[in-house]
Design a protein around this ligand. Structure first.
Ligand code: AMP
Length: 209
């Protein structure tokens, strides 16, 4: 199944994708995670995008599309995938349509207040990318990853100022994709409030799984 997860930052796309990939048996491709891995490994791409990610702006379309094109060369995507955080612009969506046939686009719906609450409390394990929330999904020991014991970090772009910028960028550049995909008959709205366990069940139901 070729899926796109669309929605504002903080809608829970990454959390639900991590659950859905097990249930659907397809890889989870997060362009944000790919960029963060490149930054951590200090590759050329990482150096190029580091300050862009910290500000919450978008990486140029040409760079992002090329990264996704290379990711699709891996045969693990032959039987489906979940794209999380891509496409984020109409240009990217047009490029994606040339590369793969998308079956469903899941539109994660959530209010602005809830987004800010989720993002400002979000914490991450740096090596695995596992996501926690200080209130909604806390680790067993405060500030520590359950699996590796490493300290959790707050993403630079989850700090207040960057959050507001990311929301603005989303509204300006990514929200138009909702009507783009609705017009193509691919869009499925999903209520993204509530606990991950109930959202994943609702998702599998609408996908007929
Ligand atoms: P995310 O983890 O999806 O919130 O992405 C983190 C950051 O990576 C974004 O704020 C952008 O700077 C960059 N990024 C991720 N995906 C894309 C994309 N499809 N196009 C451009 N920039 C992206």
């Amino acid at each position: 199944m070729n899926l796109v997860f669309l929605g504002p930052p903080g809608a829970g796309k990454g959390t639900i994708a991590a659950l859905a990939k097990e249930r659907l048996g397809v890889p989870h491709i997060s362009t944000g995670d790919l960029f963060r891995a490149a930054i951590k490994q200090e590759t050329e791409l990482g150096k190029q995008v580091k300050s862009i990610l910290a500000s919450g702006e978008l990486v140029p379309d040409s760079v992002t599309v090329e990264m996704v094109r290379q990711r699709f060369e891996n045969s693990d995507t032959d039987n489906g995938f979940i794209l999380d955080g891509f496409p984020r612009t109409i240009t990217q969506a047009d490029a994606l349509a040339e590369m793969r046939k998308i079956e469903y686009v899941i539109n994660f719906q959530i209010g602005r207040d809830e987004i800010v609450k989720r993002l400002s409390g979000r914490r991450m394990a740096k090596s695995s990318g596992k996501i926690y929330h200080i209130i909604y999904n806390p680790p067993k020991v405060e500030g520590i990853d359950d699996e590796t014991g490493e300290p959790l970090i707050q993403r630079e772009d989850d700090k207040e100022e960057a959050i507001l910028n990311r929301l603005e960028v989303y509204e300006r550049q990514t929200e138009p994709l909702i009507s783009y995909y609705r017009e193509k008959g691919l869009l499925i709205d999903l209520d993204a409030k509530g606990k991950p366990e109930s959202i994943i069940e609702a998702l599998l139901k609408v996908l007929g799984q």
